[in-house]
Design a protein around this ligand. Structure first.
Ligand code: PLP
Length: 387
C-alpha cells in the first residue's frame, strides 16, 4: 500500500475501543456498567447550551479568526488571571477543537527523527502515539504509585539529553488521578533553568478538578519557564463539554505564528457557535462546576473504599480528575486480562493500565464519572468476579 510509513507509528486510545465493545454487548442485551470512558456523566449546563443556540440564531454561521474570536480569547485570559493568578496576553491564546489539538500541535512542532520528547507513563495514550508519529523518540517519565503517582523531579532532570526538545507534564493526571506536588514541580522548574532549550507542554485539562481544597499548581507559576511553556486546557472536562470540541492553548509569543498556521492548515477555526458557548462557560455561573465536583468527590470516596476492600487490590486515593487507578497485581491477572474479563464476564467496562503505557501493567483505570448506584453495582460485580 502506498500510505506513508508514519501511519504505522500512530497509536490509539483504547477507551474508544472499549466503549464500542461495551455498546455492542449492551445492544446484545447485556447490562453493561461503563466505568471506562473519561467524560463527565452530566449534561452541559443549560446557560452554556442556550448561549450556543443564541449564537446560531444571531447568525454566527461562518468562519471565525483561526485562533478564535477575540471575546473568547479575552475570556480565557480572564479565566487564567482568576484561577492561575497570572496576567497573559490574549493574543497568545489559541482556541482549538478540543484539548488534544494543542497537544498534537506542540508535538508536531518539536518532534522529528533524532529528537526526544519526554512524557508521563502511565499517561494519556495520545502523548506517546503522537510522539512516535512525529518521528521523535518517546522518553517515559515514570509515575510512582508510592508517591501518589507523582514523578521524581531529579530523575526527570537526569533523563534530559542534548536531544530533548519537549517535556510533557499532566497534573491532575489521567489515568492515575494523581497530582504532582508543587514542591516537585518547583524542583523541576528550577532544574530546567540549566536546560534553556527544552520546552514544556503542561496539560492542565483537569485543573479545576481537584479535591480536599488542594488547589491546582499551574506551571505558569514558574516565571523562569514562561517563554518556553505551552499550557493546554479546555472546556471538555470542567464544563462537561467533551462533544463540543473546545480547547485552548497558551503559547509563548515566538510560537504563536506557528500554532496559528497549523490551525489554518488543519481546521481553519473552531465551530463559531461553540465559541460563543465557551464565553458563557467561562464568564457565566460556575455553580454547575461546583455541583459536579461535589458529586465526583462522593463517588471518589466510595470507589476508593470499595476497591481497597477487595482481595489482591489496592488503590491510592485520587486527588484530582475522576479516575481511580487501582493496583491489581495481587489478583494474578494482567491488566488486559482484567479489562477483557470484567467486561465479557461481568459487564463492567474499565481500561487496562497498559493502554496508558508499559508502566501501567498491574493497574486498571476506573472512571467514576457514573452514579453512586452504578459504582456500587460495578464493585459488587468486581467483588464476585474476584471471589
Ligand atoms: N489531556 C488529557 C490528560 C485527557 O485526559 C484528555 C481527554 O481525556 C485530553 C487531554 C483531551 O481532551 P479533549 O477531549 O478536549 O480533546
Amino acid at each position: 500500500m502506498g500510505i506513508a510509513q508514519k501511519m504505522s507509528r500512530l497509536g490509539t486510545e483504547t477507551a474508544f475501543d472499549v466503549l464500542a465493545r461495551a455498546n455492542a454487548l449492551a445492544a446484545g442485551g447485556m447490562d453493561v456498567i461503563n466505568l471506562g470512558i473519561g467524560q463527565p456523566d452530566f449534561p452541559t449546563p443549560d446557560n452554556i447550551v442556550e448561549a450556543a443556540v443564541k449564537a446560531l440564531r444571531d447568525g454566527h454561521h461562518g468562519y471565525t479568526a483561526a485562533n478564535g474570536i477575540p471575546e473568547l480569547r479575552k475570556a480565557v485570559a480572564g479565566d487564567i488571571a482568576k484561577y492561575r493568578g497570572v496576567t497573559v496576553d490574549p493574543s497568545h491564546i489559541i482556541v482549538v477543537p478540543g484539548g488534544k489539538v494543542t497537544m498534537a500541535f506542540a508535538i508536531e512542532m518539536f518532534g522529528e527523527a533524532g529528537a526526544e520528547i519526554m512524557y508521563p507513563n502511565p499517561g494519556f495514550p495520545i502523548y506517546e502515539s503522537m510522539i512516535r508519529y512525529s518521528g521523535a523518540t518517546p522518553v517515559p517519565i515514570r509515575l510512582i504509585e508510592e508517591n501518589g503517582f507523582s514523578f521524581d523531579a531529579e530523575t526527570v532532570l537526569s533523563q534530559i539529553t542534548d536531544k530533548t526538545r519537549l517535556i510533557i507534564l499532566n497534573t491532575p493526571a489521567n489515568p492515575t488521578g494523581g497530582i504532582v506536588p508543587e514542591a516537585e514541580l518547583a524542583k523541576l522548574a528550577e532544574g530546567l533553568e540549566k536546560h534553556p532549550g527544552v520546552y514544556v507542554l503542561s496539560d492542565e485539562i483537569y485543573s479545576r478538578m481537584t479535591y480536599d481544597g488542594e488547589g491546582h499548581c499551574s506551571m505558569l507559576k514558574f516565571e523562569s519557564l514562561r517563554d518556553r511553556l505551552i499550557i493546554l486546557d479546555g472546556w471538555s472536562k470542567t464544563y462537561a463539554m467533551t462533544g463540543w470540541r473546545m480547547g485552548w492553548g497558551l503559547w509563548p509569543g515566538a510560537l504563536v505564528p506557528h500554532a496559528q498556521r497549523l490551525c489554518v492548515n488543519f481546521h481553519s477555526c473552531v465551530n463559531a457557535a461553540a465559541q460563543y458557548a465557551g464565553i458563557e462557560a467561562l464568564k457565566g455561573d460556575q455553580s454547575p462546576v461546583d455541583m459536579m465536583m461535589e458529586a465526583f468527590d462522593k463517588r471518589r470516596h466510595l470507589i476508593h473504599e470499595r476497591l481497597n476492600a477487595l482481595p489482591g487490590v489496592r488503590c491510592v486515593l485520587p486527588k484530582g480528575a475522576f479516575y481511580a487507578f487501582p493496583n491489581i497485581s495481587g489478583t494474578g491477572l494482567s491488566a488486559k486480562e482484567m479489562q477483557d474479563r470484567l467486561l465479557n464476564e461481568k459487564g463492567v467496562a474499565v481500561i487496562a493500565g497498559t493502554s496508558f503505557g508499559a508502566e501501567g501493567e498491574g493497574y486498571v483505570r476506573f472512571s467514576y464519572a457514573n452514579s453512586l448506584e452504578n459504582i456500587e453495582r460495578a464493585l459488587d460485580r468486581f467483588d464476585e468476579f474476584l471471589k
